[in-house]
Ligand binder design. Structure first.
Ligand code: PBG
Length: 331
């Protein structure tokens, strides 16, 4: 046991901000932040997403100045998600491996304008699927191995477009191995994989599905591939498999209600670990901030720093621009 009162007074270490800073165990930096961005077709469009106040969809021309703003704030990693026009969605999802789909064009343009930018792209079929699922739906079932063929094509086209990080978010069995093998075979030796390794079947994704236009389309739910929220051991197995199959980084998703999973993953595997503070978490906090029920700056910093304490190396968060502004203001 530690020494007891009054030899030890816990409050000595909290007596002023300099002493507190001296003994602070974790901190948030701008380099920890990955900013998700929604892309849509058209020109000169910045379109608010009603279920995510403050978050917009950008057409490809308007995303360039937006990313420039992020870089000026000190954010160098972005994750792009498309709102695919409904006439390009199908149950076979070909648009997912169209080299000229929205995210691939955006990746090329952004890389051309900002070579130092790190771009992450989701590998999953849902933005392109008229059935709203991450995998192919046939006779009411998500077919795993046929989906892997589609994901492999999608991943290669994205790597070819210049994506630095591929983020398989589909939770099909075996996808990391298939993608890693295909990348190696095709000369993409430096393409990183951040696997959405422990992705839970969560109600917190609702606003995102609206943002990518998958909400109304989704037939049934994603429970046959995403992890059942009560399960820790299953999450650990999924992470272990993805590391074994060739992931460079692993992610736990959602974030805040799953800090215990993050902590367990980091301690078990000592591997680069990320969290996705998902759309529902953002909308929940943002709603309370907008109503003045929570203080904006302290809420954002606290919620993100707790991910660091749990063991995260970085966080995907819709608060990335706000967080960077707060960090800049305070430094
Ligand atoms: C889909 C995907 C989802 C998110 C990222 N990629 C949603 C889902 O699985 O339904 C969620 C992100 C968020 O809620 O912010 N493959």
């Amino acid at each position: 046991m530690l020494s007891s009162f009054p030899k030890r007074r816990g409050r000595r270490l909290r007596q002023n901000s300099r002493v507190r800073a001296l003994v602070r165990e974790n901190g948030l930096s701008k380099s920890d932040l990955i900013c998700p961005i929604f892309i849509r077709d058209g020109e000169n469009i910045i379109e608010p997403i009603p279920s995510m106040p403050g978050i917009n969809r950008y057409s490809i021309d308007t995303v360039i100045p937006y990313v420039e703003k992020l870089i000026n704030l000190g954010i160098f990693t972005v994750a792009l998600f498309p709102l695919t026009p409904s006439d390009k969605k199908s149950s076979t999802c070909e648009e997912a491996w169209n080299p000229k789909n929205l995210v691939n064009i955006a990746t090329r343009k952004l890389k051309y304008n900002f070579p130092e930018l790190i771009i992450m792209l989701d590998v999953a079929l849902d933005p392109y699927n008229s059935d709203g699922h991450d995998g192919l739906l046939v006779d009411g079932k998500i077919i795993n191995d046929e989906t892997l063929v589609a994901l492999e094509r999608q991943a290669l086209v994205q790597a070819e477009a210049g994506a630095d990080i591929l983020g398989p978010s589909d939770m099909m069995d075996g996808r990391i191995g298939v993608i890693r093998t295909a990348l190696e075979k095709n000369g993409f030796k430096d393409t990183l994989i951040m696997s959405y390794a422990a992705k839970f079947s969560s109600a917190f994704y609702g606003p995102f599905r609206e943002a990518v236009g998958a909400q109304g389309l989704l037939k049934g739910d994603k429970k046959t591939y995403q992890i059942d929220p009560p399960n820790m051991e299953e999450a650990i197995r999924e992470v272990g498999e993805d590391i074994f199959e060739g992931a460079d980084m692993v992610m736990v998703k959602p974030g805040m209600p799953y800090l215990d999973v993050i902590s367990e993953v980091k301690r078990k595997f000592s591997f680069p670990t990320f969290a996705y503070q998902v759309s529902g978490e953002y909308s929940m906090l943002k709603g309370a901030i907008e109503n003045n029920w929570l203080d904006k700056d302290s809420m954002i910093v606290e919620s993100l720093t707790c991910f660091k304490r749990a063991g995260c190396d970085g966080i995907l968060t819709y608060f990335a621009p706000d967080a960077a502004e707060i960090i800049n203001k305070n430094s």
